[in-house]
Design a binder for this molecule. Sequence first.
Ligand SMILES: [Ca+2]
Length: 598
Amino acid sequence: MVVSLFHGTISPSACSAATFTYPIIPDIKFLSLEANLVDNFSQNVPVGGYPNHGAVNVTGARFCNVSTIYTHLGGNDAVNVQVWLPTDTWNGRLQGIGGSGWTGGLPGPALPGMAAAISEGYSTYATDAGLGLSADSITPVSWALPEEGKPNMRLLQNLASDSLYEGALIAKNFTAAFYAKPAAYSYFSGCSQGGRQGLMLAQRYPDVFDGIAAGAPGINWNPFVVGAIYPNFLMSLYGVYPPSCEVAVLTAAAIKACDGLDGVVDGIISDPEACEFDPLELVGTAIQCPDFWDGPRRANNSRMWYGPYPDAVLSKGGSGVTPIGTTCSANGTCTMDPITLFQEWVRLFVLKNSTADTSHLSLAEYEEIFDAAAREYDSVIGTANPDLSAFRRAGGKMITYHGLADPLIPPRGTEQYYKRVTALDPKVHDFYRLFFAPGLAHCHGGPGPFPDTTFDTLVRWVEDGVAPETLVATSVGTGPVIKRPLCAYPLKQKYSKGTGDFICAVPDGLGAMASGLTPTPVANVNDEAGTTIAPRLSRRWMQDNHETYDDAPWDDDGDKNGVISHTFEGRLDNLYDQEEQGEMEESQALSCIEVAGG
Ligand SMILES: [Ca+2]
């Protein structure tokens, strides 16, 4: 719980439409406003309901629910925004809650998060982006294609970007009116679609929020979405529809093969990059899973996008969100359950045809869809602009975490984006940090620890200037509680055999040289009792791994103690693995190597 920056209570009678005035936003016409006092409100918000936080039990909350509807001039849309304002416990801050799946926030996904936010004293808001209060989070079919051949670009643009700025302005305006004082700090919190919204805010509306928590972000929209139907494409291409038990066996075999690579067998692959499990050794040639893990490739074998890491659960999940979904009859015949969440993007937006059959594509057709999606929609919803300089200048801070066992949004896409941001701004860690979460599924779930401290860590960064070296994460579920610190990328979790501790270590190779982060080992918390063991120097890790200090060229601060005391000012940044990046970045990397050599 944060320190309150507002003291006093607001009379319930202030919860009246007369209290609020509309902000001036170009090209917008407000249609209605309602203010209703909600009293004695209770809700049990589980993990996942309040993005970037843990579970919260809301009891007896009182707040003013301000609902407004506006339209874009000539847009023929109706955007719903709800702003919730606690009457007695406002902490002086605003926390916007993002959406998930195909929704902007309202009606469903944001409501638990809003409830939890008011219980912690935040004023909060969410938008439906104009998609309608009955919009489905798994499919955009209710709004995407009102007329064959003509996707609803107004609503797509609302979802992609416009509603983010507008909703924030409305929420700030209503907050200031209700308390007769503007919010001292404004935050945005989301995961998945909500994570993408956070990145879009940083990229396009850089001065709206002081802090953004953007988990497992659906950025790189076109390659990731079209890439996500690749398993469906492969299944139909090869005519192989593996039952879920078969896929589960593959996943389990991959975990078994690679679990120990991080130094401890605990069911979690902390270093999936090192995992070279080959399922063909196990099951024969009919299974195409290695292609899927690798991600889609063109006919000439060049990479289109990334697949998930091998410990991602592919065969189970809700209807329409399972990467390798099949339904099998009693006689053993299996058919495909398409991953609706992403197939509809192809059908309704890329092909613009509500009856298009995407179940039997050739590789050439798949490539054309992939390229067409990028051509037409990257500028709308790509959310991959690496230039965050305006966000930095505005003083913003941002944290992204991403589960390494995410089956829906490949963490390697987020890593690639972060590398691209770093290439433009070697000191990105000053304002934007990325934390990978081993064993964590999409946003939450899975055996790996979940960083329920993300949002509060962000608040400390924004308000107290405490930049997070690690994110404390705790597993959720039925097994023993595992608590581990997640490491700021490019540092990696590494298990130290000598002590039984996980530390944040510089990965092999030159990648971390200019990270700007000190690879100070962090506490082990492998945790029955929650005991925290004192941090120790990374010297220890290096000794354990039989490396000499001379092998640590990044440790150039004079004492060769394995600790970077200052950064290289970014001159080595582009020595990252450039394999999958474009020509421009390769040439940048070459010039950087020359600088380093000189
Ligand atoms: Ca392990």
